[in-house]
Design a protein around this ligand. Structure first.
Ligand code: SF4
Ligand code: SF4
Length: 250
């Protein structure tokens, strides 16, 4: 089935959407006075938290870390913390930094994860953006705009290129508790001066330190027991320095 699309400038994707940022974009976001949220999920390399069909994508954008007696893999997202309208959205629903807006803003509504098909009903774009009178976006599963395809690939590649630095940044910020992929996210709101300074320090490293030890925060005793049985470290205390965002009904 073909998909037609053109942005109609409604501003929905710029409101109440945490926008994933590359490491360089996150540093710029902080320099501009914005707040970054850090979202962390993790999985066991051959076990819980890893959907088989996403294995290759997940492995490439995650980093191996110790957890208890085993290796876990953490996937870390730095995102613009947009509660309400983005700080760059003006009163006419135009982006004040349009020429240098983040990659993900350029790609929307496309998915970065190659295993997630585009489903218009899950996106913030109104029906008129998808009408048959709009330009063709996808024909027979193929994106029609090579520049859009290039930007999507650049976003995926940045995820892979940045992950080790993000893990070190988290370690230096005292962030070492992850949610289990599919069960939720742990969410941190670091102080921006410390965040920016840590990025600068990590970008000057000439060799990478050993990864931090990570723990899991999960939604239920049954999942905690499953992870502990696999050898992973699971926290039992309540979250104090982060929020746990559950994806499953507990
Ligand atoms: S940076 Fe611009 S395009 Fe991106 S969410 Fe903010 S206002 Fe929208
Ligand atoms: S939600 Fe869709 S139509 Fe609205 S501004 Fe964003 S990309 Fe454009």
């Amino acid at each position: 089935m073909n998909t037609h699309f053109s942005c109609v400038g409604c501003g929905n994707c710029c409101t109440d959407h945490h926008v994933p940022l590359t490491l360089a974009e996150a540093r710029q976001w902080a320099a501009d006075g914005g707040q970054v949220i850090i979202l962390v999920e993790a999985f066991l390399a051959d076990g819980p938290g890893q959907p088989e069909q996403q294995r290759d994508h997940l492995l490439r954008r995650s980093w191996g870390v110790p957890s208890g007696h085993i290796e876990a893999r953490v996937a870390i997202t730095f995102a613009a913390y947009n509660v309400g309208p983005c700080r760059n959205l003006d009163e006419n629903l135009l982006c004040r930094i349009y020429q240098r807006r983040p990659l993900v803003c350029r790609i929307y509504p496309m998915e970065i994860n190659p295993h997630i098909p585009l489903r218009p009903e899950t996106k913030g774009c109104p029906p008129e953006a998808w009408q048959d009178t709009q330009p063709l976006l996808i024909v027979g599963g193929q994106l029609q705009d090579p520049e859009l395809a290039r930007l999507i690939e650049a976003s995926r590649q940045a995820d892979r290129d940045d992950i080790q630095a993000k893990e070190v940044i988290c370690a230096r910020l005292g962030i070492h508790t992850a949610a289990l992929k599919g069960d939720g996210f742990t969410a941190y709101l670091p102080q921006m001066p410390a965040f920016a300074e840590t990025i600068d320090q990590v970008q000057q490293l000439t060799h990478w330190p050993a990864p931090n030890e990570w723990s899991f925060h999960v939604s239920s005793p049954a999942i905690a027991e499953q992870l502990r049985a696999a050898g992973a470290r699971v926290v039992s205390e309540a979250a104090s320095t982060y929020a746990f965002i559950a994806l499953q009904a507990s």
